[in-house]
Design a protein around this ligand. Structure first.
Ligand code: HEM
Length: 107
């Protein structure tokens, strides 16, 4: 849905202080977010994750619609000691939009 993706691009402004997407994206405060959908948590090459995020991934957590909604709503409810210092997106429609936007960036 192009309208949802366009909305997600606006929501991503809240993420872009720390995250990059697209061909020229680099790890910064947060990891590059290309290819996140259906990816194991904590596995972007060259990014130094919290121990809890690595443990989530080795425990089998995959970024799908459900886990992304939960993490983006309240990061610490999903990964207790995550170093993602972000309060979360309270509105479900903002989360839907930014997830649709992320889905447009392949690995
Ligand atoms: C991790 C998305 C905002 C810093 C992550 C991950 C996702 C994500 C999906 C997991 C990556 C992985 O497992 O490889 C988002 C989205 C945001 C947002 C969609 C906006 C709605 C922010 C902000 C910051 C930040 C504002 C910095 C203040 C980080 C850091 C990690 C991370 C440091 C690694 C966490 C850890 O190792 O525990 N983010 N993020 N993020 N994000 Fe964000």
């Amino acid at each position: 849905d192009p309208a949802l993706i366009a909305e997600g691009e606006k929501v991503f402004k809240k993420c872009s202080a720390c995250h990059q997407v697209g061909d020229t994206a680099k790890n910064r405060v947060g990891p590059v977010l290309n290819g996140m959908i259906n990816r194991t948590a904590g596995t972007v090459d060259g990014f130094k994750y919290s121990a809890d995020m690595v443990a989530a991934g080795t425990g089998g957590m995959i970024w799908d619609d459900a886990t992304l909604h939960a993490f983006l709503e309240k990061p610490r409810a999903v990964v207790a000691k995550t170093k993602m210092a972000f309060a979360g997106l309270r509105k479900v429609e903002d989360r839907d939009a930014v997830i649709a936007y992320l889905a447009t960036f392949a690995e």
